[in-house]
Design a protein around this ligand. Structure first.
Ligand SMILES: Nc1ncnc2c1ncn2[C@@H]1O[C@H](COP(=O)(O)OP(=O)(O)OP(=O)(O)O)[C@@H](O)[C@H]1O
Ligand SMILES: [Mg+2]
Length: 394
């Protein structure tokens, strides 16, 4: 069928034509935003889920909801090779400048900018990099001790007070939180703690892979009480069907029941895979209704596209030893697997591959669902690895 009207959008962070099955998270967001704005207690939260389940898409939606609610909102993506302060300063500067836009000079907003400048100075972000605004003097002695656990709370409080004095609220939204190191996570948790103790209107919404929960707990034991960790996972059958059927319907196209079942089966309801199968089934179908035959014929290309994009970008970042570790896991099946079994498959002692396992966790490839267990963070990655192995052996 016509590629021009193809509604499906496989891709990292691309807004789906139908955001299926996330009503609970959106409702929680609505309530949290409203409560924080009123200065009422509300838990910040971090969305936790595997690759390709729709975390980024949700954060984008949450940013939009916050803005519609009158919030000043910033969305940041944490990165393996960039420090949290370096990530935070430019968007927080933008946020404070947006608050500064009114006619009336606001003491709290000016103070916020001064604190940010002091903070940026102490973490040695060059002013050129950050361009904090020349007419702002650093607020010497505020958020500039060089100890992130002390400084970040002061900075968040200053930002929150600035928002409050403007009669609004601030939302700090951070994706890929598993890439923070322990000290950064700890500082972030303390910062949110400080803000919520004072009932200031600032909310943190995060997202990341499952290792994020362990990281937060390790950094600060009270993180558990401070945050909720709503899981974002595969869609349940009815939602997965909606994700496929609703966008087509808007183009006047339907699916047979068998075709829908087939898509849900092969994708296991994972959002990225749903988009990919929807996309190729559409291209293969001769017309409406899209039938099982079209879906089956589309399968090969859907898998190929996934291998070339979704799976390969992750695989290509690995060292040979890391790849071997994952191949051993894949040989054992979908997982999770005991560390001992993986080592045995590799024919080595558990301790000797412990560093490889740790670096795979840091890179976000695997996580530990329970002590001594290892699982893929990428759904169906074991099947991909077996395909790759099969190709390289043939
Ligand atoms: N609720 C949903 N219904 C249908 N499709 C969805 C839904 N959520 C996300 N998608 C689609 O799934 C794909 C992946 O979404 P997204 O990039 O947000 O996932 P992610 O969890 O951030 O993945 P990663 O961990 O790799 O960053 C996109 O193509 C998006 O359009
Ligand atoms: Mg993402």
């Amino acid at each position: 069928m016509d590629p021009i009207t193809n509604p499906y959008v496989p891709g990292a962070g691309t807004q789906p034509p139908e955001l299926a099955g996330r009503e609970d998270i959106l409702e929680r967001t609505r309530i949290t935003l409203a409560r924080v704005k009123l200065g009422r207690a509300a838990k910040s939260f971090m969305l936790v889920g595997l690759r390709g389940v729709g975390k980024t898409v949700l954060l984008n939606r949450i940013e939009q909801m916050a803005k519609e609610d009158g919030y000043e909102a910033v969305l940041i993506e944490a990165h393996e090779s960039k420090s949290l302060p370096a990530l935070l300063v430019p968007p927080l500067r933008k946020l404070l400048l947006a608050l500064d836009r009114g006619k009336r000079v606001d003491v709290a907003v000016k103070r916020g900018l001064g604190v940010l400048r002091a903070f940026a100075g102490s973490v040695k972000l060059t002013i050129g990099d950050v361009d904090i605004g020349l007419d702002i003097e650093p607020m010497v002695g505020s958020a500039d001790s060089g100890d992130l656990e002390a400084d970040l709370p002061e900075l968040f409080v200053a930002v929150a007070q600035a928002a409050k004095s403007r009669g609004t609220a601030a939302a700090i939204i951070i994706d890929e939180l598993q890439y923070l190191n322990e000290a950064e996570m700890s500082a972030l948790i303390m910062a949110v703690h400080k803000v919520s103790q004072q009932n200031l209107p600032l909310v943190l919404v995060g997202a990341g892979l499952p290792q994020l929960v362990g990281l937060a707990g390790k950094s600060k034991s009270y993180a558990e009480r401070l945050f909720d960790y709503p899981p974002v996972g595969a869609l349940k059958v009815s939602d997965a069907k909606t994700a496929i059927a609703a966008p087509a319907e808007r183009e006047g196209v339907t699916y047979t029941a068998e075709a829908l079942n087939e898509i849900v089966n092969v994708t296991q309801g994972y959002p990225y895979f749903l988009q990919q199968w929807g996309y190729h089934s559409w291209l293969h179908a001769q017309g409406s209704p899209i039938d099982e035959d079209a879906v089956r014929k589309a399968g090969g290309e859907a898998v190929e596209s996934l291998d070339e994009s979704f799976f390969r970008v992750r695989f290509d970042r690995l060292t040979p030893r890391e790849k071997d570790y994952l191949f051993a896991m894949a040989k054992l099946g979908a997982g999770p697997h005991r560390s001992g079994d993986i080592a045995a498959e590799l024919g080595v002692a558990v301790e000797s591959v412990a560093p490889v396992r740790s670096s795979l966790i840091k890179k976000g490839m695997v996580y530990s669902p329970a002590h001594g267990d290892t699982a893929f963070t990428v759904p169906l990655f074991d099947e991909y690895l077996r395909r790759v192995r099969g190709k390289s052996n043939s």
